[in-house]
Structure formats: structure tokens, C-alpha cells
Ligand binder design. Structure first.
Ligand code: SAM
Length: 296
């Protein structure tokens, strides 16, 4: 348990998809005056160095965020892509890409004084790093951090006092049971707070539980009579590879998805402009594609 450290993966293609969508949801939340709460069930360390040891070990950002940032597109970037690039640029000196913000910092940035952010992170080291990183923001009680199981702990905050909230659920899925726990948590949350905005990240890998999760979430949303969006980005084939010594090698994460319940109704059209640009820029082979499905 707990071998997953997000620092190895920060800024990869999955982060690009997830954080671009997350930013779009947050911007939408700030359109109304009423305060809102953001709940991040699996927060990670908050900030990552793109030039640090962890990042160098896997260099996943060079195939993800850094590739995007260093590309001059044939057409101007779609607004969602541009917003995302501008947001990450805000954490870096001009022309440098050293820092990559995780979901806690992406969520905190657009908050107004009256909005709240609740972060849950169970890993002892990441939770300590997160606490130290957030302390530098000097935002006092606006951001609360708990070293607790996010799946369970989130329940006590639903529904929030202002009846407006965005819940991000972004586990590492290093334990097989995470898939079932995500579906159970969303089902429970929907009974407590059916009008909330929900965002679940999931990996697209050849594993039955991974395959089932977006289908379960669609069923949950449909049964509750809520609208949903299911978005995916594939950058390469999921086929096993052989190295020079003839050993079978896993290809690394080939694709991921984001499932939203109660999304802004304008988001699908915005994504339809942004996703082809992500595919074009981040593709690693001819299997690269996106999907964008909605219902409810
Ligand atoms: N949301 C982060 C971001 O976008 O920057 C990345 C999160 S990472 C994919 C998943 C995190 O969940 C890891 O840091 C892991 O230690 C933590 N974790 C694993 N199980 C947990 C649980 N039950 N409750 C809270 N955190 C957990």
C-alpha cells in the first residue's frame, strides 16, 4: 500500500486532461456570487518540481504538460487549453517551467475570500509536504487539510452550508478496491447532495474494474436524473510491448478519463474545441484519440 507518489507522474497527459477540466469547472463556480466549497478527496502533495528527482525519474511531463507548453499550435489554442497554460504559467517565472501545481493549488487559486477548500491526503509524507506547501499561501482557515481517508471523510461535509460544492475524486487506484469505493462514495454523496458538481478521474487500462467504473457512474447519474459528461484522452496503444531483450514491457498509462456529474451546460462545446488539440499535441502513436459523451 502507498507506493504511489504523484510526484513521479505530475504533469503527465492524465494531469493535463484532469487539470484542464478542473480549472474549467472552478471558473464556472466563480461566476455566481454565492460561496462554494471544493472537496479534494485525494489531494497529493500540492506542488511538484518538474526538474526535481522524482520528475526526472519518469520524465512523464515531457510527454504531457511540457510538450503542450513548448508547442506553437497551427491555430490559436482553444480557450480551455489557453486558460490551463496560463494557470500553470502563473506558478512559474516567465519562460521557465519548473513548478507544476497539483489539484490543491489549482483549486485554491480562483477562490474568493468566502469560498472554502477541504483537502484529504492519507500518505504521511505527501500530507506533510502538502501542509507545508499550503502554509506558504497564508490563507488561514480557507484551506483545511486532513490526513484522513478521503472516501469517508468527505461525507461529513455534504451538503455544504452554502449548498454549492465541487467534489474532486482523484485516487491513485493502486488498490483494486479504489474503483468500487469511488462508485460507492459518489452514490452516497448523491443521496446527501444531489445538486453538487462531481468530478472523478479514472485510468483507462485493460482491467475489468477500470472498464466498469465509468459505466457505473453513468448508471448512478442516470438513476438520479442528473446530467453527466464522460471525457477521455488516449495518447497511445495499450498493447504490451517487447524490449530489446524480448521481455514484455507495460506501455505506461495509455489513456485516462474524467467523469462529471452536473457539469456546466457550456462545457461540452468548449471541450469539443480543446480535446482535438490535446490529441494532436500529445499523441504518441496512431491510437491517439478523444471521446466526449454526455447524457441526462
Ligand atoms: N489530486 C492530485 C492532483 O491532481 O494533483 C493527485 C492525487 S494522486 C493521483 C492520489 C493521492 O491520493 C496520492 O497522493 C495518495 O497518497 C492519496 N491517497 C491514497 N488513498 C487515499 C485515501 N483513501 N484518502 C486520501 N488520500 C489517499
Amino acid at each position: 500500500m502507498f507506493s504511489y507518489r504523484h510526484a513521479f507522474h505530475a504533469g503527465n497527459h492524465a494531469d493535463v486532461l484532469k487539470h484542464m477540466v478542473l480549472l474549467a469547472l472552478l471558473k464556472h463556480m466563480t461566476l455566481k456570487e454565492t460561496p462554494f466549497t471544493v472537496l479534494d478527496t485525494h489531494a497529493g502533495a500540492g506542488l511538484y518540481r518538474l526538474d526535481g528527482d522524482y520528475a526526472q525519474t519518469s520524465a512523464e511531463a515531457s510527454q504531457g504538460f511540457l510538450k503542450l507548453a513548448q508547442t506553437s499550435p497551427a491555430q490559436p489554442w482553444a480557450p480551455l487549453v489557453q486558460d490551463y497554460l496560463d494557470m500553470v504559467a502563473g506558478f512559474n517565472a516567465v519562460g521557465q517551467w519548473k513548478i507544476y501545481p497539483g489539484s490543491p493549488f489549482i483549486c485554491q487559486q480562483p477562490l474568493r475570500g468566502r469560498d472554502k477548500l477541504k483537502l484529504f491526503e492519507l500518505h504521511p509524507t505527501d500530507s506533510k509536504t502538502l501542509t507545508a506547501n499550503v502554509a506558504q499561501l497564508e490563507v488561514g482557515r480557507q484551506v483545511a487539510i486532513a490526513r484522513e481517508d478521503g472516501f469517508e471523510a468527505v461525507k461529513k461535509f455534504l451538503p455544504p452550508p452554502s449548498r454549492r460544492a465541487l467534489l474532486l475524486c482523484d485516487p491513485s487506484y493502486e488498490i483494486k478496491s479504489d474503483y468500487g469505493r469511488v462508485a460507492a462514495m459518489v452514490a452516497d454523496a448523491m443521496t446527501r447532495f444531489a445538486t453538487g458538481s462531481y468530478m472523478v478521474w479514472y485510468p483507462i487500462i485493460p482491467r475489468p474494474e477500470a472498464h466498469d467504473l465509468p459505466r457505473k457512474l453513468r448508471t448512478l447519474a442516470n438513476k438520479a436524473g442528473k446530467s453527466w459528461l464522460d471525457i477521455s484522452l488516449t495518447v497511445k496503444s495499450s498493447k504490451l510491448l517487447q524490449d530489446d531483450a524480448g521481455e514484455t514491457v507495460r506501455p505506461g498509462l495509455p489513456a485516462s478519463g474524467v467523469f462529471l456529474i452536473n457539469p456546466p451546460f457550456t462545457l461540452k462545446a468548449q471541450l469539443a474545441l480543446a480535446l482535438p488539440q490535446l490529441v494532436q499535441t500529445l499523441k504518441q502513436d496512431t491510437h491517439a484519440r478523444h471521446t466526449l459523451e454526455s447524457g441526462g
